[in-house]
Write a protein that binds this ligand. Structure first.
Ligand code: PLV
Length: 326
């Protein structure tokens, strides 16, 4: 049997698949990087899996991860493969099905605080014991390194064809930072990234507007997995230095994108992912091009379908009713 501690990745090489529906809407070829089919349903396993493997190798024997949901699922999955106990600290907004999934993966779940930032503060306190390791959902160089594997896969699939642009959802900015690092490593650092957030979880957008790191007063968006009040410094630094275009959408756009994606591609993703999909469904790609903020794309638009497990058909109905969309 393969030993995950030897460094065999815990994530899979995800498919890159054309979406005819999204291509038609965007007016250019859209390729979906299907991270929603990763183990435990999101891209998070790339970075979190990588970090957990390294920490286990260093001899840590208890892992504490704060999470809005998906990072916790990735950490629980990684810990179950590595044979180490996991404590996942989640905010009170976390749904029962997610808590159940975490427990099914063998994790001890602690529910505390209104938003992820509160849960995170508690997770830090739990790691004061010797042998315990703190697993950040987005703010660690090994998490970024793990996420950058997505770009190597793109390079292997596309060869010499450069992507026209990438579309990505931003929470704490770990995925964004990892993608930028991957782009730099493969010589694609001039590829623009469209960084999508929902209003009420828009910590990157607020920081870019303010020209400095900003802490949002509260998380009011339903996309709780984008709900970090402050974006990590590395993501902000890269957003300033590289071609990152920040776009916000409201919750209704994100939910509508989830529903339309389900109809078009028969895949159900969470609202955090809907924020990215709304770049096409709400016409932002064409708008950015018209406004001259995005150059005409010479290669395909890569939609990172980040996935997410905090969704079900009944949850989708609940969001629609909360947002007056029924
Ligand atoms: N979710 C983190 C942070 O939450 C978590 O703990 O699960 N898309 C999905 C489906 C996600 O779950 C997340 C992050 C993101 C996008 C954004 O990734 P990030 O945080 O690396 O920018 C508070």
């Amino acid at each position: 049997m393969m030993d995950p501690q030897d460094g065999i990745p815990l994530h899979i090489v995800s498919p890159l698949k054309e979406s005819l529906a999204l291509s038609k809407l965007a007016g250019i070829q859209v390729l979906m990087k299907l991270e929603n089919i990763q183990p435990v349903g999101s891209f998070k396993i790339r970075g979190i899996g990588h970090l957990c493997q390294k920490l286990a190798k260093e001899g840590f024997n208890k892992f504490v991860c704060s999470s809005g949901g998906n990072a916790g699922l990735a950490a629980s999955y990684a810990c179950s493969k590595l044979g180490v106990p996991a404590i996942i600290v989640v905010p009170e907004s976390t749904t029962k099905p997610i808590i159940h999934k975490l427990q099914e993966l063998g994790a001890e779940v602690v529910i505390t605080g209104k938003v992820w930032d509160d849960a995170d503060a508690y997770a830090h306190r739990l790691t004061e014991e010797p042998g315990s390791a703190y697993v950040s959902p987005f703010n660690h160089p090994l998490v970024w390194e793990g996420h950058s594997s997505l770009i190597f896969e793109l390079k292997a699939s596309l060869g010499n064809q450069k992507p026209g642009a990438l579309v990505v959802a931003v929470g704490g900015g770990g995925l964004l930072a990892g993608l930028v690092e991957g782009l730099i490593k493969v010589g694609w650092s001039d590829v623009p990234i469209i960084a999508m957030e929902t209003v009420g979880a828009h910590c990157l957008n607020a920081a870019i507007q303010a020209g400095k790191s900003v802490t949002l007063p509260d998380i009011t968006s339903i996309a709780k997995c984008l709900g970090a009040k402050t974006v990590c410094d590395r993501a902000l630094e890269y957003a300033r230095k590289y071609k990152v275009i920040s776009v916000t959408v409201d919750d209704r756009d994100a939910v509508q994108a989830v529903e339309r994606f389900l109809e078009d591609e028969l895949m159900l993703v969470e609202a955090s992912c809907g924020a990215a999909l709304a770049a096409v469904y709400s016409g932002h790609i064409q708008r950015l091009q018209k406004e001259g903020k995005l150059e005409p794309l010479l290669g395909p638009l890569i939609m990172i379908v980040c996935g997410g497990s905090a969704i079900s058909l009944s949850e989708l109905q609940k969001f629609k009713s909360q947002l007056g969309m029924l």
